[in-house]
Design a protein around this ligand. Sequence first.
Ligand SMILES: [Zn+2]
Ligand SMILES: [Zn+2]
Ligand SMILES: [Zn+2]
Length: 142
Amino acid sequence: MTASREALSDLLERKGVRATPRRLEVLEELAREPDDVTAQQLWGRLRERDSGAGLATVYRTLGLLSESGVVDVLSHHGGEQCYRLCGDEHHHHLLCERCHRVVEVQECGLDDWVASAAERHGFVPTDHRVEIVGLCADCRSG
Ligand SMILES: [Zn+2]
Ligand SMILES: [Zn+2]
Ligand SMILES: [Zn+2]
């Protein structure tokens, strides 16, 4: 997903986050990544671009962005949190356990199952998250 600085700034405002230069810088770097990155990886890339952002700031910014629903958090790099800028629509993730490719799956057929599973235990479902882990087409044939 590539996005202009303007589009990213709009995205932040839609989610109620003030668009500071630092947040935009982090988000812009995240938008260049088709899969997902850890805070460490993202910080390394920012440093290569001569950014003055410290690691603690990158952690804090990613934490804020995920809490406000701007970015998704995945964990499949040995339990470390990974961040990804996804589309705005409800979606799920396919994760390749070998090459760590991430694919966004837009279609979701889980609503009926979610509703009945929740109801059986007296819950009203407000959201659900499902990640499908497996081997991508390249890794299967490799
Ligand atoms: Zn996502
Ligand atoms: Zn793979
Ligand atoms: Zn769903």
